[in-house]
Design a protein around this ligand. Structure first.
Ligand code: MV4
Length: 457
C-alpha cells in the first residue's frame, strides 16, 4: 500500500479523498493555492504545501509545483480527483518518470479516450453500439455531405478534442452543413488547438445514462451499474440518480456488458465511466468515456454500499478486485448539486457562507467543503455541496430529498437549492419521464406559469 498520498485537487473532492485515506490509514498531503489557505482540505490533511497564486494554471494545473510538493513531502502516490489534471495524460506520464504512482488509468488509455473520434472507433471495434457517422475525422464538406445524406438529418458535428458539449454543432439540413463544419472547426481549433471534427446521427431527445466501471492491474473489469444524468443545464449536471428509472434488469445487463467489453478492449485500470445515449425505443449508443472518478460517484456508492475512492486507491496499489460485476442496486439514491449561483441567471455567486446548516438524518449524506464563514473564492467551480439521499424506493428517495433540501440552510450567497426544490416536485420528474431536454422544457413550463405556482418567484 502507499505510504503517503498527495491530493492534486481542492474543494469537496479533496476532502472526500482525505476521508478515504484516513480510513485506509494513509497520511495525506494537501496542495493549495493562496486563495484556499482557509479551506478544509488544508485543515484536514496531515501536511500541506502552497503551490501558487489563485489562477488554476498557476496552482492546481501547475505540474512542476505539484511534483515538487510530492518530492518535498515524500508522497509516493497522487490522486487527481476530477477536473484539473485528472484527465491529463502528460501529467500521468511525468509522474511515472518521477517514480510517483498515479491513482488512475494508464496514460495511453487517457489519451486514447480523450480523443473522442478515436474513442468512438475503439468502442465500435469492441462491438459496442455507436451512432451511425464518420469512422475518421471529416476531411471536407463534400465528404461530410455524403455521410450526412447516408445517415440522415439531423446530424451532429463534434470536436475530436472536445467532450462535455464543447465545440458541438447540430445540423438540420444539407444547406447548413458546410457553414456549420467551418464554424465547428474554427471553434475547435481555437479552444483545443485541434480542428478535427467528426459527425454522428443526432438523437433529438435521448437520456444520458452512464455506467460506473472499474479495472484492476490483473485484467479484471467490472461494472457497478448506471447513473441517470439527464437533468443537466448547459452540459452541467444538476441531479443524478441510481438506478435509472428507464432501465430494466435486462437492459442494464446488456449496457453493462457493453461497458465492460470496451474496458477489456483497452485493458482499463481504475475507475471510469462509460457514457451512453439511450433512445426512446430502448437502443443505446456509446457517447464518451471519462477516465476519472466523477462528481456523481456517491449515488453509485449509496446503492452498492462501496467506497469508490478507497477502491481507486486499493486498485492503484495493486489489489485485486473481488466485487462481482453487475451487482444488483440496493434501493434508490439521488444527488442534487448545490452550486453557488444566481437562481435565475445561473451566474456564479461566490462569497461568504454566513449560515451553513447541512441536513442529516437517515439516508442523508452531504459531501461539502463548506462551513460557516467560509468564503467561496471566485476562481474555481461553483459547487459548494452535494446532497445525496438513499431510500428503499425512488418515491421514498424523492420525499427524503425534499425534506433534506428544506433543512439545508445557506445564507450569504445564492444557491441552486430553490431550483432543486422546484424540480423535485415536477410531475415529469416524479414519474421518471426525462431526457437531455428536461431542463429546457422545465424552465419553459415555469416561465409560462410565472409566479402563479405559489413558489414565490
Ligand atoms: C449527442 C446528442 C445527440 N446525438 N450526440 C452533449 C455532451 C456531449 N458529451 C455529447 N452531447 C450530446 N451528444 C448525438 N449523436 C446529444 C447530446 C446532448 C446531451 C447529452 C447528454 C446530456 C445532455 C445533453 C444536452 C444536449 C445535447
Amino acid at each position: 500500500m502507499f505510504k503517503k498520498i498527495l491530493i492534486a485537487n481542492r474543494g469537496e473532492i479533496a476532502l472526500r479523498i482525505i476521508q478515504a485515506c484516513r480510513e485506509l490509514g494513509i497520511p495525506t498531503v494537501a496542495v493549495y493555492s493562496t486563495a484556499d489557505r482557509d479551506s478544509l482540505h488544508v485543515t484536514y490533511a496531515d501536511e500541506e504545501v502552497c503551490i501558487g497564486p489563485p489562477p488554476s494554471r498557476s496552482s492546481y494545473l501547475n505540474i512542476s509545483s505539484i511534483i515538487s510538493a510530492a518530492e518535498i513531502t515524500g508522497a509516493d502516490a497522487i490522486h487527481p480527483g476530477y477536473g484539473f489534471l485528472a484527465e491529463n495524460a502528460h501529467f500521468a506520464e511525468v509522474l511515472a518518470e518521477c517514480k510517483l504512482s498515479w491513482i488512475g488509468p494508464r496514460p495511453e488509455v487517457i489519451r486514447r479516450m480523450g480523443d473522442k473520434a478515436k474513442a468512438r472507433q475503439t468502442a465500435a471495434a469492441a462491438g459496442v453500439p455507436v451512432l451511425p457517422g464518420s469512422q475518421e475525422p471529416l476531411e471536407d464538406s463534400a465528404q461530410a455531405e455524403r455521410l450526412a445524406a447516408e445517415v440522415g438529418y439531423p446530424v451532429i458535428l463534434k470536436a475530436a478534442a472536445g467532450g462535455g458539449g464543447r465545440g458541438m454543432r447540430i445540423v438540420w439540413s444539407e444547406s447548413e452543413l458546410a457553414g456549420q463544419l467551418a464554424a465547428a472547426r474554427e471553434e475547435a481549433e481555437k479552444a483545443f488547438g485541434d480542428g478535427s471534427v467528426y459527425l454522428e446521427k443526432y438523437l433529438v431527445e435521448p437520456r444520458h445514462i452512464e455506467f460506473q466501471v472499474f479495472g484492476d492491474h490483473h485484467g479484471n473489469v467490472i461494472h457497478l451499474g448506471e447513473r441517470e444524468c439527464s437533468i443537466q443545464r448547459r452540459h452541467q449536471k444538476l441531479i443524478e440518480e441510481a438506478p435509472s428509472p428507464a432501465l430494466t434488469p435486462e437492459l442494464r445487463e446488456r449496457m453493462g456488458a457493453a461497458a465492460v467489453a470496451l474496458c477489456q478492449a483497452v485493458q482499463y485500470e481504475n475507475a471510469g465511466t462509460i457514457e451512453f445515449l439511450l433512445d426512446s425505443d430502448g437502443s443505446f449508443y456509446f457517447m464518451e468515456m471519462n477516465t476519472r472518478i466523477q462528481v456523481e460517484h456517491p449515488v453509485t456508492e449509496m446503492v452498492t454500499g462501496l467506497d469508490l475512492v478507497k477502491l481507486q486507491i486499493q486498485v492503484a496499489a495493486g489489489d485485486k478486485l473481488t466485487i462481482p460485476s453487475g451487482i444488483k442496486p440496493r434501493g434508490h439514491a439521488i444527488e442534487c448539486r448545490v452550486n453557488a449561483e444566481n437562481p435565475d441567471t445561473f451566474a456564479p455567486s461566490p462569497g461568504p457562507l454566513r449560515t451553513f446548516h447541512v441536513p442529516g438524518g437517515p439516508g442523508t449524506r452531504v459531501d461539502t467543503h463548506g462551513y460557516e464563514d467560509y468564503v467561496i473564492p471566485p476562481y474555481y467551480d461553483s459547487l459548494v455541496a452535494k446532497l445525496i439521499v438513499h431510500d428503499r424506493s425512488r418515491a421514498d428517495a424523492i420525499a427524503r430529498m425534499c425534506r433534506a433540501l428544506d433543512f439545508f440552510v445557506v445564507e450569504g450567497i445564492q444557491t441552486s437549492i430553490p431550483l432543486h426544490r422546484r424540480i423535485l416536485r415536477d410531475p415529469d420528474f416524479a414519474a421518471g419521464r426525462m431526457s437531455t431536454r428536461f431542463m429546457e422544457r422545465f424552465l419553459k413550463k415555469e416561465a409560462q406559469t410565472a409566479s402563479g405556482d405559489g413558489s414565490g418567484r
